[in-house]
Design a protein around this ligand. Sequence first.
Ligand code: ZN
Length: 432
Amino acid sequence: MDTATGELAAAAAGQVATIYACGITPYDATHIGHAATFIAWDLLVRAWRDAGHEVRYVQNVTDVDDPLLERASRDGEDWRVLADREIARYRSDMEALRLVPPVHLVGAVEALPDIEQFTTLLGDRGALYDLDGDVYFSRACDDAFGSVSGLGRAAMEVLSAERGGDPGRPGKKDPLDALVWLAARPGEPSWDAPFGPGRPGWHVECAAIATRYLGPLFDVQAGGTDLVFPHHEMSASHARVALGDTTPVFARRYAHAGMVRLDGEKMSKSLGNLVFVSALLAEGTDPMAVRLAILAHRYRHDWDWTQPGLEAAVQRLARWRAAVSIASAGSSDSVPPGESVLAAVREHLADDLDAPGAIAVVDRWSDTVLAAVPATVPATAVPATAVPATAVPATAGGATTATGTTATAETSTTSAARLVRDTVDALLGIAL
Ligand code: ZN
């Protein structure tokens, strides 16, 4: 769903589908909220690939920013060492959860030349001003400011203050004006630039990286709902002013993922209630169960991470694995065709990434398979774990009639099992 219009819209305009997803600030481990957000975009990437699109997926890493520098300073650690460690952990978490990696994962530090060039364009348009050495973007230069969030000024000022902005700073032309270049502070890293030594603001970082790697106009800008304002509003506004001479620029669509709560509270570092992916995996939780627990919720809604939710995903994963294994061995008297599962999963994902709907399709197939296992076959009850194919007699699924009939039945159930397994693997990212 496109946040800017509030309507469902085709995500890709052409054969090449392009998405920019705002990435992490690498000062702590990846939590379930991050994972849920990136899994949403992973579903989109998988659906695009399945539909035959060539996908260009770009994500940034804000590897120099206040929270990172504050954490490094608190712990007496070099900020670069902290960032490198957390980026490595993030990559490893995402790999375990089977996310298709972006084509470009771009750090702010490595993108400094692009950010400088982009900021210079803003200066050329007369959109920047100096305040005690810091450089601000004047939102008054953009007539379309507000078109992403649709918020009024009062709401914008509240959110700006809550989310890293400084609406109360004296001397600004407009409280909503955003910092694009922060002058060097003692003890903090800085880089030389035409605007003086310093480091970039967050919104200009994403505007510069997105347009550098995807061009001035791309399909989807993606992030959590907490990025709608000011982050995505500002990035789009920067791009319009810097690049928008003629045609529309920046994202055609804005996709936002809901927040994940724990016990009814939004997961956040300030509340100290984060559930980390790496901690779950270290406890021995199957990463596919973590992914399934997330997929049980619509991406754009807020939802609660719970232990029963994870346990339900563990059970579901076991049932799916058992059903595929039993169907593959020809050990069930009822194995619905895989084609209908593939078609229905595709249909649900095309409906604004309806993962819960897609999961229900696989549930129904699995239930049918498991309900029709003859009593003579082991593990006919609801399985707690997957049943290895070798545990099932090779002839169990065949009728006692002609050998030819038996072979045909086994072939069709085996191919149905394979298609369901491949559908779940390719479209939902779950390895069975
Ligand atoms: Zn961003």
